[in-house]
Structure formats: C-alpha cells, structure tokens
Design a protein. Structure first.
Length: 77
C-alpha cells in the first residue's frame, strides 16, 4: 500500500512538472513582445542572408501602390 502511494505521488509530481512546462511554453507563445522580438530577428537575419527577395518584393509593392494611385487620379471614373 505504501509502495502504491509512492507511485501515485511520483506520478502526480511528474504530471505537475509536465503541466508546469506546458504552461511555461504557452506563456512564451502568448508573450507578444517576445514573439515580436523573435520575428524581427528572423526577418533581419533573412534580409542579411539574402536581401534580393526583400528588395524585389518592395519594388513590386511600390509599383502596385504607384499604379493604384495613378489609376485613381487618372482613371475615367
């Protein structure tokens, strides 16, 4: 009986530890400042590794914006 209680106590302790770990991981995922920091580091690293896709994307976005403005100003509507 005492052995069974020790097993149950050990099982409860293991489950508490796992639960605490899960809650800690969830807190990290929901911490917006930390996630923003991680994302900005990834973006900066990506740009430093290969800036060409970022520059092409910025150029395409610029063309879209200028075209939309020109269409709104010079369109027949």
């Amino acid at each position: 009986m005492a052995n069974e209680r020790q097993k149950i106590a050990a099982d409860i302790a293991a489950r508490r530890e796992q639960f605490q770990k899960s809650v800690s991981e969830l807190e990290n995922k929901l911490d917006l400042t930390e996630q923003r920091k991680i994302l900005s580091e990834r973006v900066a690293g990506s740009f430093q590794a290969n800036p060409v896709p970022w520059l092409v994307g910025a150029g395409i976005l610029g063309v879209i914006v200028v075209s939309s403005i020109a269409w709104a100003v010079f369109g027949d509507d």
